[in-house]
Write a protein that binds this ligand. Structure first.
Ligand code: NZQ
Ligand code: ZN
Length: 407
């Protein structure tokens, strides 16, 4: 009520004041080598547990065995498994897990994997607790508003990227219709997440590069907007961005460098656990446009962002001018030249950073040309993504310009 009454005032001076916020993050983080053993204390002793995982990486690298050993130490009686959660997890697959949860009277979920497995687990936790008769797809159609409760769950993270291990969001795809939609709810924070950097050692280079880019863009979505006099959020964001620039190459090229992987893991978590986004305007247009590229063309999530972000910076340079200049100076040490030249350099440095990780920044790298744009814009319209950006003024025409700039 109070904020609504003040809204017109703030709207006329959107750049001057930190926004009110209500921030609580309940996820316990168990960080470091050997932390999987701590599952024995984190999972409730009498739980009926379902382990959820993906296509088998956690079987091959021994992570699942380690998890099972920890649960056995705790004397947990019922532990069953659900495998096959795919990258960009699908509603169709996850509904089979919901059936299993109900059939086996599971009361605790444990995700073992990357963002897709954790997101999928959040959906299963929420869908299994929906009232009888509620269509689970409504979780996505309402962005999570129909979720009033969820099964408790934890995670063991194997891919630093999404921040899903310490936030309440998930992104689920209906394969049949190519709908990739986000949801979030106060009920879908993990109770705990185990972050053991050694569990990332088996990641393919491509997935590590994806992780660096995804975390980078999570930060820019909450930072590259307009000034809100949020000094510490800005400084945190800049510190996280600079850290990613510093460690990016080593993260990709030195798979068993514990310190680098530890820094990547914690940076990616802090990039999207709500901390740097509290009290500041947020954009998310890059993500929403990127989701359509994944849904229609199967491009990895982070790779869509590497294509869209430079184009968003280019097309939105006037709206984002002040923050782009701050970004140029504080992240890239660009201090010389006209304002426009500094912004141009900052965009180029961003592009070069992604390319240096072998993550392309043009649609043409995926054999997509101008004919791809109409269907993408139509998908945005279908999904109600018609007012994107920090000021909700990225309409379908602007999204079209962004996609054109990304060709
Ligand atoms: O399926 P398995 O066999 O486990 O293999 C996976 C998968 O093929 C593999 N992998 C994971 N850990 C590994 C490993 N391979 C070897 N060693 C390991 N330690 O990596 C592949 C990709 O995994 P995935 O979980 O799909 O990647 P990521 O963590 O990047 O997650 C992407 C998903 O998260 C969503 C995306 O939209 C996408 O669906 N996002 C979720 C967010 C959130 N919840 O806050 C925010 C993000 O913006 C993002 O949208
Ligand atoms: Zn992302």
């Amino acid at each position: 009520m109070y904020t609504r009454r003040l809204a017109p005032h703030f709207l006329s001076f959107p750049h001057t004041t930190m926004q009110n916020f209500d921030y609580q993050n309940p996820t316990r983080i168990l960080f470091g080598q050997g932390s999987i053993a701590k599952l024995a204390k984190a999972v409730p002793a009498n739980a009926r547990v379902l382990l959820l995982y993906g296509g088998g990486s956690v079987l091959k690298n021994g992570t699942l065995d380690e998890v099972k050993a920890a649960l056995a130490t705790a004397g947990i009686g019922h532990v069953s498994e659900f495998s096959g959660i795919e990258p960009n997890p699908t509603f169709e697959t996850l509904m089979r897990a919901v059936q299993q949860v109900k059939a086996e009277q599971i009361d605790f979920l444990l995700a073992v994997g990357g963002g897709s497995v954790i997101d999928g687990t959040k959906f299963v936790a929420a869908a299994a607790a929906l009232p009888e008769g509620e269509d689970p797809w409504n979780i996505l159609l309402t962005g999570g508003r129909v979720v009033k409760s969820a099964l408790p769950f934890g995670s063991v993270l194997t891919l630093p990227a999404t921040g899903s291990e310490m936030n309440n969001g998930g992104v689920i795809t209906k394969a049949a219709t190519h709908d990739k939609l986000p949801f979030s709810s106060r009920c879908t924070y993990p109770q705990f997440s185990v972050l053991d950097p050694t569990k990332t050692f088996t990641l393919p280079k491509r997935q590590v590069a994806n992780g660096v880019v995804d975390a980078f863009v999570h930060i820019t979505e909450q930072y590259l907007t307009y000034p809100a006099n949020a000094r510490v959020q800005d400084r945190f964001a800049e510190g996280l961005l600079r850290t990613l620039v510093e460690i990016g190459q080593d993260a990709v090229n030195k798979p068993e460098d514990y310190d680098t992987r530890a820094n990547l893991m914690w940076t990616a978590t802090l990039a999207l656990n709500g901390l740097i986004g509290a009290g500041v305007p947020q954009d998310w247009a890059t993500h929403m446009i990127g989701h359509e590229l994944t849904a229609l063309h199967g491009i990895d999530h982070a790779r869509t962002l590497a294509v869209v972000l430079p184009a968003v910076m280019q097309v939105r340079r006037e709206e984002k001018r002040a923050k782009l200049l701050q970004y140029a100076e504080r992240v890239w040490d660009i201090r010389d030249g006209s304002e426009d030249a500094r912004i141009e350099q900052a965009i180029e440095r961003t592009r070069a950073f992604f390319e240096s990780l072998e993550v392309p920044t043009r649609l043409s790298a995926y054999q997509l040309d101008a004919t791809a744009i109409d269907p993408l814009v139509a998908q945005l319209e279908k999904h109600g993504m018609v007012k994107l950006g920090e000021k909700q003024d990225i309409n379908l025409e602007t999204s079209r310009h962004i996609l054109q700039a990304a060709l």
